[in-house]
Design a protein around this ligand. Structure first.
Ligand code: IMP
Length: 196
């Protein structure tokens, strides 16, 4: 199989890029952002699953560049809310209001029903247009208040054990997170397919 030296990541999110770069550097593959590749594209995420949305983003960038692309889609699924906000996690509320809005929605939900999970799907399209996807999940609970200052999004209210994700270092979060798990699956596949 031909060797891939560079992959475009269909994002400009610095956190996602850093995580992907850490993993891909082990394979000698450089990850470039859309901005670095001069690509402007913001396709509508009309999918009903994380996989559909990841594929929509990856395809949009692959159609423009013809290059190898990865795109991820992720979100928080709360059991007591029937899996919401799920694929709508990014659109649930403005960033600074996401945690407070969710805590408010859950104010009458008892401890035993506060289970939730983050899910991530990464779509990979190779330079020939072939597609594969990889998923990861991180299961925990929704707390009662915001704690910690690291991370982003819903991290300050998502408890993994007795710590929120926002109380973890980036490495600690990577080792248990949905995105870390999906990235490791992708890494295994790329190592088998393209590794030296
Ligand atoms: P997207 O994957 O960029 O479409 O957005 C998913 C949304 O889910 C983000 O805007 C965050 O609000 C939330 N989210 C996804 N992954 C995480 C995470 O690791 N921590 C906290 N929030 C997350």
């Amino acid at each position: 199989m031909s060797r891939i030296k560079e992959i475009v990541m269909a994002t400009n999110n610095a956190n996602k890029l850093r995580e992907a770069r850490e993993i891909f550097s082990l394979l000698g593959i450089e990850v470039v952002s859309m901005r670095e590749s001069d690509i402007e594209c913001d396709p509508e995420e009309t999918g009903e699953t994380f996989e559909e949305n990841a594929l929509i983003k990856a395809k949009a960038v692959h159609d423009i560049t013809g290059r190898a692309v990865i795109a991820d889609d992720s979100g928080l699924c709360v059991d007591a809310l029937g899996g919401r906000p799920g694929v709508y996690s990014a659109r649930y509320a403005p960033n600074e209001e996401k945690c407070s809005k969710l805590l408010d929605e859950m104010k009458n939900i008892p401890d035993c029903d506060r289970t939730a999970y983050f899910e991530c799907c990464i779509a990979f399209i190779d330079d020939k247009g072939e597609y594969k996807s990889f998923s990861g999940r991180c299961t925990g609970r929704i707390g009662y208040e915001e704690k910690g200052t690291n991370g982003f999004g819903y991290d300050p209210i998502f408890l993994y054990g007795d710590k929120t994700l926002a109380e973890m270092s980036p490495d600690e979060k990577n080792s248990i997170s949905h995105r870390g798990a999906a990235m490791r699956e992708l890494y295994k596949y790329l190592k088998e397919s393209y590794g030296e």
